[in-house]
Design a protein around this ligand. Sequence first.
Ligand code: SF4
Ligand code: SF4
Length: 294
Amino acid sequence: MQHKNGKRVIISIASGKGGTGKTLVATSLALSLAGKERVQLLDCDVEEPNAHIFVKAVLNHKESVFIPIPKVDENKCTYCGKCAEVCIYNAVAVFKNKVLVFPELCHGCGACSYLCPESAISEEYREVGIVETGNSKGMDFVHGKLNIGEAMPTPVIRKVKSYINSEMTAIVDISPGTSCPVVEAVKQSDFCLLVTEPTPFGLNDLILAVEMVKKLGIPHGVVINRAGVGDTKLDEYCRKENIPILLTIPLDSRIAILYSRGITLVEGMSQWKNNFLRALVKIREIAHERACST
Ligand code: SF4
Ligand code: SF4
């Protein structure tokens, strides 16, 4: 949450669709601040984390993320079916003389063990991913990696966010879309920066992302990437909805080349640092105003 002086904020970087340049914005925003104050970059895009490549993070600590899954003691079980009935994820099936648990469907909510009338269910732990921490160019760095084949990123996202340090500004890179894991990652941000591009797809997905942050009550603004590629409908929408456009990055082959080489925008073209810092001043103003009004 926001620090008293209005400076330390949690800023999530999201986008309605993939490929809009979200990581480009997250890494450059974080690097623009590094060296000026304490900052963390957290990559919550746990299915495809790539911020570490751009900021050349040095990772020196790793921990596993587990979820509890049920283990049935068939000596106590009466095959009453209650566990299967309460599991909304269909992760348990009860037959006449057998209970089957499907670990990959289990969300670890604990409802089955809590409600088993025979206390026949205990919990064992299954690794779903890892979180790695380290540093990069004067910043603290954290990212999560979901294990291959796993379908539940939320526990890994929660673990990444548990590293948010209220003494620092936190920049949180979030996976694209508006699904439950995205909501989990955006929650508790002081501000959400929505990265989009001026195309019909960009606008359509931005509208969905705006609906999401409005429902979560998070102040937000827009970064337009690849400006010049499409039409003016995006600007018109932002004006109509009173959403501030905090940064406009043009369609520029030099930027695309930097990105393809794994070089951040502010390192490849240092003149961009001031643009990111100006956006940050505005973000803090908006986040502070919101914090004071609630
Ligand atoms: S709720 Fe408990 S007793 Fe009933 S089937 Fe499930 S494990 Fe067995
Ligand atoms: S812990 Fe929750 S999700 Fe997993 S099997 Fe039990 S009820 Fe289903």
